[in-house]
Design a protein around this ligand. Sequence first.
Ligand code: 4NP
Length: 201
Amino acid sequence: MRYDRTQTLPYDARRDPERSGPHATAPYGDRMTTTDGPLRIALICLGNICRSPMADVVLEAKLADAGLADAVEVGSGGTGDWHVGEPMDERAARELSAHGYDPSRHRARTIRPDWFQDHDLILTMDRSNYDDVVALAPTDADRTKVRMFRSFDPDAGPTDDEVPDPWYGGPAGFEQVLRMVERTTDAIVESTAALRDERRG
Ligand code: 4NP
């Protein structure tokens, strides 16, 4: 399969010299688990019934549309275990269905420390998820796999890099999440070749 090697990565908060805090860590790619095979991406939120499953379904659909279904494996999980085994939140599912995506296969899972060896990139929806996931990383090198999901969003910036939790709000929150997810997953699809190159180091 041929990849476009001219792609450059979009805004990455961890490469922004203005940025301090947990995102100002070493660039992604210090320790990748494998250097061939599909790139393996885990998408993480709190409950794994709203944001990360929406991102999972949309990213899978966009990769398939781009002919990259075999190049990237996508999964999702939550940092909490309250909803394990449950389908997607019905408001999230309704929003996806209204835009032609299939939410039906999702069942909620919780991230475990062994996900670090099984994934190349672990993308978190908000900073609280980011901190919780980094705290689970078995090694310093594993921490370099954790990145904010919206670090790929061309509209994100140093103070606007979260996908807000829509759980307590109304339908507008789910519409906003889908817009962010569609924009960000488009950028991830465009970055696939660069991410695979970065993994090869
Ligand atoms: P998510 O949303 O993290 O986007 O799946 C939430 C789902 C459930 C809860 C919180 C957020 N909860 O508290 O049960």
